[in-house]
Design a protein around this ligand. Structure first.
Ligand SMILES: NC(=O)c1ccc[n+]([C@@H]2O[C@H](COP(=O)([O-])OP(=O)(O)OC[C@H]3O[C@@H](n4cnc5c(N)ncnc54)[C@H](O)[C@@H]3O)[C@@H](O)[C@H]2O)c1
Ligand SMILES: O=C(O)[C@H](O)COP(=O)(O)O
Length: 622
């Protein structure tokens, strides 16, 4: 049995053993070390099984993940992730999740129970009924990587807390649009014809034909507040009912509205001219209680209101007053400030109000669609893919990501390298990134590169985990100003980038030769044949693959230097993977860049430092 060595995560065991014990071979590199990160102790058997079955195609087995490191190929056997589904989800989505992960469907958890469970989960899927608060992120202790909102509204997820903890939030924004729009129309027509009240009356044994005379829709004005996905579908359907539709949305393009035969108007015009008002804006600090006493005072007397958006956009007490004084003739509500609303809610029991318990998205078709949409988004995010429906991270299309894949690695390694050149390792304030490219700036999305540079700079000098979600936030928190500059270079626009340069300003370097003429620590890299390479240190051109660890030495260019350093490394069994010499001129100042597979011990580094021809040197881990 292999000796387990328990690592810092209390839920994980890391087991390492030497190459000769490995049962795996790899097509691309020799295995030097094998490490299993097993997040759930109960899965150890499964992981070992996976290893015995492994063959050169091992990287295709989902439980095994290969990562190229300076020490060769690192293979990690990872336990299947655990996904907590905290609210009912369609079977098709659950099926997809179960193929990929351990799925724990636990509905109706109290906030305390959720906090206990979450520390054992990598992803959480909710609908609108679960509050994902800062406490939940804190309780997860960094394990929670993705929150999937099986629907549109993300007002029940604390996005700031998610971002701060590097947790990606994804939603399913399209699959319930039609269902919500249909429910809006159902409420509109039911309200106009008193369907719910008449039904209740008949069930109570009455026959009240005169009491339930309704109003017609044709020719009436409907104001759609929020002309997004649901709002525009409601508008389209209302036009089919012969209504005159206007809309208010400060962010919607007028031509999209015109295409549906709708005029975009101001908030005041919309609310003061409408016979019916249908709400379809999200709940945000700006829209919270946007319908209040002041607003109701501006409405056309006898207006009818439908809300299938969020309860919080209406001040519910003000609505009760407006209903009581006849300003609002009727309201049809699917959503409430507090859900479920209190049993004695004056709004719910009001005779001119019809209500449904947040059913907008609740059709069989919509729930199956939402379940698949969110399952795919969560699985993709757990695999490390950038989600197209990310709510708190830049959305980078898959094709852009695949095109930039090697540059993403380059960006992180350059950041990692640059920060290790700083004397003291902290106190960096200004980072300038210069991208040279033949592409038009609009055709080059650098957000992911900036995030990876930030990761490379911050992670070696802190315990913070940085990813694309929290990179900008973390940089800001640490007072790190990252500016970006594009330089046009007339190379092939087929290639997204020619080079990436990082400049750290106002810092001292432990390797003076890394300072450019302007006094900034400067490193530059390029991708050649898909391999990230270091091409400039300070003002010295070099050309080495950015793999493994690197020793930078400054010396006077003369015969014997390479041999001397090579011998010291060889004596300590440190394998040199590559070498490059950059010099200002023959026999003048030179930089020797040596890639090493192993990490030299202190004694080896001391010997290199004492070599008479070496003027300065630095060892950098990539
Ligand atoms: N009842 C339900 O079950 C149900 C189902 C689906 C969606 N919803 C809710 O409906 C709302 C709309 O969903 P969607 O998918 O159409 O979202 P969306 O993002 O496509 O549309 C929202 C629109 O509101 C606009 N908007 C933002 N602030 C505004 C403001 N101050 N005034 C006017 N418009 C503003 C935006 O520009 C956007 O066009 C969301 O709150 C969502 O949670 C509810
Ligand atoms: O925002 C949404 O998608 C709707 O309000 C649906 O919410 P639900 O998933 O809780 O039904």
């Amino acid at each position: 049995m292999l000796p387990p060595n328990v690592c810092s995560n209390p839920n994980a065991i890391a087991v390492s053993f030497p190459p000769e014990r490995c049962l795996l071979t790899s097509p691309s590199a020799s295995v030097r070390r094998l490490q299993f990160s097993i997040q759930d102790k109960d899965s150890i058997e499964t992981c070992f099984l996976g290893i015995h079955l492994a063959n050169p195609a091992c990287s295709k087995i989902p439980a095994l993940r290969t990562r190229s490191t300076g020490r060769g190929l690192r293979i990690e056997a990872v336990a299947r992730p655990t996904i907590l589904v905290a609210e009912k989800l369609g079977e098709a989505g659950l099926g997809l999740l179960r193929e990929f992960a351990n799925v724990d469907c636990s509905y109706n958890l109290s906030p305390e129970e959720l906090c206990v469970k979450i520390s054992l989960c990598d992803a959480l899927i909710v609908r609108s009924g679960t509050k994902v608060t800062q406490e939940v992120f804190e309780a997860s202790k960094g394990r929670l990587k993705v929150v999937g909102r099986a629907g549109v509204g993300i007002d029940n997820v604390d996005l700031q807390a998610a971002t701060e903890s590097g947790c990606l939030v994804v939603n399913a924004p399209t699959a319930n649009t039609v269902a919500a729009a249909e429910h809006g129309i159902a409420l509109l027509t039911a309200m106009a014809r008193n369907v719910a009240q008449a039904d209740a009356s008949m069930k109570a044994g009455k026959w009240q034909r005169n009491k339930y005379v309704g109003v017609s829709l044709v020719g009436k004005t409907l104001a759609v507040m929020g002309f997004g996905k649901v709002g525009s579908e409601v508008a389209r359907r209302a036009r089919g009912l012969g209504m005159h539709v206007i809309a208010h949305d400060p962010y919607a393009p007028a031509d999209r509205a015109r295409a549906v035969g709708v005029d975009l108007v101001s908030f005041d015009e919309a609310i003061s001219t409408a016979d019916f008002i249908s709400l379809h804006m999200p709940l945000t600090p700006t829209t919270a209680k946007i319908f209040n006493d002041e607003t109701f005072a501006k409405l056309k007397k006898g207006v009818r209101i439908i809300n299938v958006a969020r309860g919080g956009v209406i001040d519910e007490d003000a609505l009760v007053r407006a209903l009581d004084n006849g300003t609002v003739a009727q309201a049809a509500l699917d959503v409430f400030t507090v859900e479920p609303p209190p049993k004695d809610s004056k709004l719910v029991i009001h005779e001119n109000v019809i209500v449904t318990p947040h059913l907008g998205a609740s059709t069989v078709e919509a729930q199956e669609g939402v379940a698949v949409e969110i399952a795919e988004a969560v699985i993709g995010a757990l695999k490390g893919e950038l989600a197209a429906t990310a709510v708190n991270a830049p959305m980078v299309p898959a094709e852009v990501l695949s095109e930039l894949a090697s540059y993403v690695i380059l960006a992180e390694k350059l950041g990692r390298l640059a920060v290790q050149l700083v004397a003291g390792g902290s106190g960096i304030k200004g980072v300038k990134v210069v991208y040279t490219s033949a592409r038009d700036p609009d055709d080059l999305d650098t957000r992911i590169l900036r995030a990876m540079i930030t990761k490379g700079i911050i992670e070696p000098i802190s315990s913070v985990f940085v990813n694309i979600v929290n990179a900008d936030y973390t940089a800001k928190q640490r007072g790190l100003r990252i500016s970006e500059e594009r330089i046009f270079r007339d190379t092939s626009p087929e290639i997204p980038l020619d080079s990436i340069q990082i400049h750290l300003s106002n810092v001292e370097s432990k390797f003076a030769s890394a300072l450019s003429d302007a006094g900034d620590i400067t490193v530059e890299g390029r991708v050649k044949d898909g391999i990230p390479r270091l091409t400039l240190v300070g003002s010295f051109s070099v050309d080495v693959s950015l793999e493994g660890n690197v020793i930078l030495c400054r010396n006077t260019d003369q015969p014997g230097n390479i041999g001397r350093v090579g011998r010291i490394l060889g004596e300590q069994n440190v394998n040199i993977s590559f070498m490059s010499v950059g010099r200002t001129a023959p026999r003048k100042q030179a930089i020797m860049t040596i890639g090493v597979d192993e990490e030299p011990n202190k004694e080896t580094l001391r010997k290199i430092g004492e070599t008479p021809t070496i003027e300065e040197f630095v060892f950098l881990k990539l």
